[in-house]
Design a protein around this ligand. Structure first.
Ligand code: SF4
Length: 338
């Protein structure tokens, strides 16, 4: 089997640069990877897996997420069924504290070490922050030592400080897509506003979780742009989503990203981000099916969300845990230093 010389080059370069030296690929290199033909994908995934093992180790982080406030968001992110601006079937709803405590306990019982509290808002108001504070207190009083992350939209400095004081160790705020594509996806706030929140989180010492969605009409060049913009942020974790064309949203008729294309994207993002926790997030069942999920785990992914993904049902947690056991990948233990 022969391949064009420049296609061989980019993986050879990646082997020396990313695997040996831990330096992520440049934008031009990521684009070359995204343009690799299908018959190079196994080689790409094998390299991405080696990179992940070398720079992150064999462990897989398992996380559960719960929606504290669902739907009715004033923003217009075109992919999102929780926006109040589109006629999607998601209704506005709040979870109460006992429900939050139960969800945290069930998540911990799966062996997960991360529990992320999510709200569909532009940014938190006083009511939401006090719910989060009471919720975290109640989770601790329940004897649950799970690490708590939050995803509550854009923050002020004061709110960042409040979350640190509550013991929130990681904050999720997605850039969603390349800076050049963002205005096509969201018009009610800017990419830069999201970036500013992420900088405050980083400066306050919280871990940064920041990713996005593939398949929102971006070009391959914009996917490469997005990968290096994420790398510049040096996030601790990158959740990689594939668009779920939710009914009622402007993207309801967008095609699902094909499995091979998704795998190529996973491999390319791993080579751009050798040290990050790269998480399989929403849309993976639709894109990959069961078999592809396994391929992704052997192609650079080292974290998964178990159970629900806010508005779309994921696979049952046990199926994912069984898959990790089959692949002999240990679940990351809870940090002893916390
Ligand atoms: S800010 Fe978040 S919850 Fe609101 S529409 Fe955008 S993605 Fe959805």
């Amino acid at each position: 089997m022969t391949a064009a010389p420049e296609q061989i080059d980019v993986l050879d370069e990646a082997r020396e640069q990313v695997l040996e030296r831990g330096v992520g690929l440049s934008e031009a290199q990521v684009l070359k990877v995204l343009e690799l033909p299908d018959d190079r994908i196994p080689e790409l995934l094998a390299l991405a897996h080696e990179v992940r093992e070398r720079w992150c180790g064999p462990e897989v982080e398992v996380e559960g997420i719960v929606s504290l406030k669902t739907g009715g968001c004033p923003e217009d992110c075109h992919f999102c069924s929780q926006s109040g601006q589109f006629p999607s079937p998601v209704r506005s709803a709040w979870l109460d504290i006992p429900g939050l405590v139960r969800a945290a306990r069930q998540t911990r019982e799966t062996g997960a070490t991360e529990f992320c509290i999510v709200a569909a808002v532009r940014g938190p108001d006083k009511r939401l922050l006090s719910q989060v504070r009471d919720g975290i207190k109640a989770i601790r009083e329940d004897g649950n030592d799970i690490q708590i992350a939050c995803s509550l939209g854009m923050l002020t400095q004061e709110q960042v400080d409040e979350l640190v004081a509550m013991g929130v160790h990681r904050y999720n705020h997605n850039l969603e897509t390349a800076r050049s594509h963002f205005p096509n996806v969201v018009t009610t706030h800017s990419w830069e506003e999201r970036w500013d929140t992420l900088k405050m989180i980083r400066d306050a010492g919280m871990e940064v979780c920041c990713g996005g969605i593939i398949g929102m009409g971006e070009s391959l060049a914009q996917r490469a742009e997005f990968a290096v913009q994420l790398a510049e942020l040096e996030p601790d974790e990158v959740p990689l989503n594939f668009l779920i064309p939710n009914p009622g949203t402007p993207y309801e008729n967008y095609p699902v990203v094909e499995g091979t294309e998704a795998l190529r994207t996973v491999g390319a993002f791993r080579l751009a981000l050798p040290r990050t926790i790269l998480r399989f997030a929403g849309g993976r069942e639709l894109t990959f099916g069961d078999l592809g999920a396994k391929q992704g785990m052997l192609g650079g992914i080292n974290a998964i969300i178990v159970g629900n993904y806010l508005t779309n049902l994921g696979r049952p947690a046990q199926q994912d845990l069984d898959m990790l056991e089959e692949l002999s990948m240990p679940i990351k233990a809870l940090s002893q230093t916390l």
